[in-house]
Write a protein that binds this ligand. Sequence first.
Ligand SMILES: NC(=O)c1ccc[n+]([C@@H]2O[C@H](COP(=O)([O-])OP(=O)(O)OC[C@H]3O[C@@H](n4cnc5c(N)ncnc54)[C@H](OP(=O)(O)O)[C@@H]3O)[C@@H](O)[C@H]2O)c1
Length: 269
Amino acid sequence: MMLLVVSGASKGFGREASIALASHFRHVPLRIILTARSESGLLQTKQGMEQMLDSCDNDKSQYKSNLNHVKTLYDISIHPMDLSQLDCLESNLQQLVDAAMPMDRYERVIIVNNAGSVGPVGPMTSDTTLSDISAAIQFNITSSIWFSSVWVRALKDHPHTTLINISSLCALQPFPTMATYCTGKAARDMFHATMAKENPNLRFLNYAPGAMQTAMTTMLKESNSLDNELSKWFRSSELIDPMTSAVKLVSIIESNNFLNGSHIDFWDV
Ligand SMILES: NC(=O)c1ccc[n+]([C@@H]2O[C@H](COP(=O)([O-])OP(=O)(O)OC[C@H]3O[C@@H](n4cnc5c(N)ncnc54)[C@H](OP(=O)(O)O)[C@@H]3O)[C@@H](O)[C@H]2O)c1
């Protein structure tokens, strides 16, 4: 049996990564845990996964005949929660870990730490406030690294665990007017690289999915505060379909040919 946990699974890359991973691993029984704030978005993702998994009837019957003790071939639960709320983060994340228990039933685990926001956009000399920065750092760094920490604690002795941090080119390269976002992505990369050193028995990957067509980039395209050159680039470039990037992530995980804790970009492979 395999455990798949995805944060930010209600739309965008998180939704497509959930579907691509479930599709790739459809031959094994799947326990899937999806989280984000929007319950309706999570339900849509769940339905998309169910449609895809149910359409694999041939695979299912073949598998069922081999493993009679498996009652259902997948079990998907959705957990709406606001990961930016640190006062209830402990109990919210515990709810996810409890939903996954017992851990010793999994032969393989994949955790995708995908939830993120772009935060305040604009030059730091403009009207960005301390509270804007604090909220963005709280969600994109503190909450995000605690999300991974909770899973590392729960799975530290579990072989075949891969934890993917959804990174960005912004983790490596400064982009004017996106300082808070770049800072958050760089911090998350370093955290997961350090986790790889502390927990060499687990696999960590910082995956930069490329500039994709999602709500996040729609917001950037519409922003009046984004750097002019960046704005032109976003408006004139053909952005990657998130499913294309999700399929590439699956192939990177499957090849398992990456240095533990490294950063791999969509365009690198
Ligand atoms: N789009 C790109 O070009 C691009 C490029 C590089 C990296 N990335 C990274 O890829 C990841 C996904 O981005 P995306 O483009 O798919 O963006 P998106 O469409 O805006 O999706 C963001 C996801 O995060 C969830 N989320 C946001 N705030 C949350 C909160 N407070 N609590 C819980 N969940 C929250 C959203 O769900 P709810 O709104 O339902 O909570 C949604 O599922 C992010 O980490 C982003 O930085 C994106």
